[in-house]
Design a protein around this ligand. Structure first.
Ligand code: SF4
Length: 217
């Protein structure tokens, strides 16, 4: 695990980067748990550019979790269809119905309760908890995994230490108290637009002074 000083340095650099380069995305203008959940499930395996218009269309048609629960699942699938991976609307619809039945239409604000809902794993639960409920919990998706591996583990140690639990532990260690929302959004943006798989922007990167992969990424 990185030292407390290294953790603070990473937090500071990342949040500074986000203040300059963070994207303005429609789901960052809401803290409504249902809307956050819709965006997170749409973003699984679909690019942001394709998600934005469908996210808006979906919420016009189903503006609340109650409205979604009342719909027929085939209608929900049909609206979702162009995004692909069509098990996702089925799960989202099932989440809406189960939330209506068990929680009176309010998504629960605990990790265990969220993860007991259909198709919600640790990542999605963390995203809902930090983006909608302001909890200091980590997220670990493909982009975040790549950033943390490159910055803290480096190419030689990667294979040995890449274990999922270790990366989750690292991600949890890095979340700054009270800043999980911005920090997690920043990490995901940084991985998606800057520390990308094939063409990371190392020469101009604020992490390059301590990145374990620089300059070899
Ligand atoms: S220096 Fe390169 S590999 Fe390291 S975090 Fe920055 S962009 Fe990613």
């Amino acid at each position: 695990m990185p030292s407390p000083a290294a953790v603070r340095r990473f937090q500071r650099r990342l949040l500074g980067w986000y203040a300059r380069h963070g994207r303005d995305l429609p789901w960052r203008r809401t803290r409504v748990p249902y809307r956050v959940l819709v965006s997170e499930i749409m973003l699984q395996q679909t690019q942001v550019d394709r998600v934005i218009p469908k996210y808006r269309e979906f919420l016009r048609r189903y503006p609340t979790l109650r409205a979604l629960a009342a719909a027929e699942v085939e209608q929900v699938r049909a609206l979702w269809y162009p995004l692909g991976y069509n098990v996702r609307p089925v799960r989202l619809h099932a989440i809406a119905r189960e939330t209506m039945a068990r929680y009176r239409g309010r998504l629960p604000d605990s990790a265990d309760a969220l993860r007991a809902l259909p198709g919600i794993g640790r990542y999605t639960a963390g995203a809902v908890l930090s983006f909608a409920f302001g909890r200091d919990v980590a997220v670990l998706d493909t982009n975040v995994r790549r950033v943390l591996t490159r910055v803290f583990l480096g190419p030689r140690r990667t294979a040995r230490l890449r274990g999922e639990r270790r990366l989750w532990d690292l991600a949890e260690t890095l979340v700054p108290a009270g800043r999980a929302y911005d920090f997690n959004q920043a990490l995901m943006d940084f991985g998606a637009t800057w520390c990308t798989p094939r063409r990371p922007r190392c020469p101009a990167c604020p992490m390059r002074g301590f990145c374990a992969t620089y300059p070899a990424a």
